[in-house]
Design a protein around this ligand. Structure first.
Ligand code: AMP
Ligand code: GLY
Length: 425
């Protein structure tokens, strides 16, 4: 029996808590900080994500054996290294890579060079700093529009610009190098634009062996028909119809295996999730980005379809026996629709009372941005509020179940996309 701590507060963390709570090996679950939904499965606790000592001491005190890091920032900042480097904490298993592995997400310049070294298919690129800006402009001039500019470092999901004309691209390149995204854009990756459909593929790995989880497709734009501003994600479905057996074999052989082997060869000891953001270009997969964590809202559909015990997979990482563990996948489809606050992803209000959650019977509602007020009402507490997630015999029926459940839930300003999954049914 194990005590587990999850770091994070979103729908991803609620879905992980829901899944872990089904394990017969779970003793007690803590979520820091969690939300009004995660409380159903464990104890919410306030811990500062940048104070690793506070987190580690809490783990010792509560005899926590496994800590699951939801978001990327603590990993990129070295939370895993902190545990490993201190004798008294080093036996606590951190699900998530050390700094040297999290750099796959933390630096686009690193991840592009890594893919190049290991022949992993990705868009052609060049890395530019103030010192070789002319080279960058020449590279741009040789590309066809649209132009893709990426801040090297973490920029809260906003660091990618896709521009229609060259003049604009050159001017934004200069803005980025001059600090548009602070230090994160002191190096900029310029990339060839790839046209195709996107799919998110996830593995758990102990650094040698890996298990592939169900794939998912997410919907990033706020507006219907994939228009408007980028968000954290407005919905997701799994499986993804174009991710056929043949396509997934290519993903495994051309991308997953070379990535795991490449990490090992470079002496990067990687444990945890790898999230491959892929694009299907005429039936060939290319890597758009790596993330060192699970996706959100993808986790809300992936966990529904994972039949195996998640804690057993984590235990496989902790004990170096992942290869002996099984990943069983539910044959049903799953879908999630995000209910967001009016105005998101720009300014929005918080504190709206949410009603009707108890009336939902055909969906699992993962909380993303919720909390409780002094009278114990569940209230909105973020841009993304609830991920209404359902099973179905196919994607269409999973979506229909979520849309039906949404009608039962209310809060002032309730906003959602009505076309999630329409392109794949
Ligand atoms: P990222 O933050 O790297 O996931 O990029 C954000 C989004 O920009 C991706 O989800 C893609 O839709 C798009 N994108 C990034 N790189 C490319 C590329 N080379 N070609 C086409 N679209 C891209
Ligand atoms: N849904 C995309 C992400 O989590 O980055």
């Amino acid at each position: 029996m194990k005590n587990v701590l999850i770091l994070g507060s979103g729908g991803r963390e609620h879905a992980l808590a829901w899944k872990l709570s089904q394990s017969s090996q779970l003793e007690k679950l803590y979520i820091a900080p969690g939300n009004a939904g995660t409380e159903q499965y464990g104890e919410n606790i306030n811990l500062n994500h940048s104070n690793f000592e506070e987190i580690a001491e809490f783990c010792l005190q509560k005899q926590i054996e496994i800590i699951v890091v939801g978001p990327e920032a603590p990993l990129v900042d070295g939370i895993h290294d902190y545990f490993t480097n201190h004798d008294k904490y080093k036996n606590i298993c951190v699900i998530g890579p050390k700094k040297e592995g999290a750099i796959l997400e933390g630096s686009k310049d690193f991840s592009k060079a890594f893919m190049k070294r290991h022949n992993i298919p990705t868009a052609k690129y060049i890395s530019v700093t103030k010192d070789n800006i002319e080279e960058g402009i020449n590279f741009l001039a040789k590309l066809k529009p649209p132009y893709v500019l990426k801040a090297d470092g973490l920029a809260a999901g906003k660091g990618v610009l896709i521009l229609e004309n060259l003049t604009e691209a050159v001017s934004e390149l200069k803005n980025m190098l001059n600090g548009k995204f602070g230090n994160a854009s002191s190096t900029v990756v310029i990339e060839e634009f790839l046209k195709g459909e996107e799919v998110s593929v996830f593995v758990v790995t102990d650094g040698t062996f890996y298990k592939i989880l169900p794939e998912a497709k997410d919907y990033k734009r706020i507006g219907e028909g994939d228009t408007g501003l980028n968000t954290g994600g407005m919905g997701a479905v799994s499986p993804v119809p174009f991710a056929s057996r043949e396509f997934m074999d290519k993903v495994e052989n051309q991308i997953i295996i070379p990535t795991i082997k490449g990490l090992k060869k470079e002496g990067i000891d990687y444990t945890g999730f790898i999230f491959f953001g892929l694009i299907n270009v005429k039936k060939d997969p290319y890597v758009i980005e790596y993330n060192c964590r699970m996706g959100d809202p993808e986790t809300e559909v992936v966990m529904l379809r994972l039949k195996s015990d998640l804690l057993e997979l984590f235990d496989g990482i902790a004990s170096g026996t992942l290869s002996e563990r099984d990943v069983k996948i539910d044959a049903r489809s799953s879908a999630t629709i995000m209910l967001v606050s009016e105005g998101y992803p720009e300014a929005y209000e918080k504190g709206k009372i949410i009603t009707g959650l108890d009336n939902v019977t055909d969906s699992i509602v993962f909380h993303a941005g919720t909390t409780k007020d002094s009278e114990n009402n569940i209230i909105t507490n973020g841009g993304r509020v609830l991920a209404v997630s359902s099973y179905g015999k196919n994607i269409e029926s999973a979506l229909a179940n979520s849309y039906k459940s949404i009608e039962k839930i209310n809060f002032e300003g309730k906003t959602y996309r009505k076309d999630i999954g329409r392109d794949v049914v």
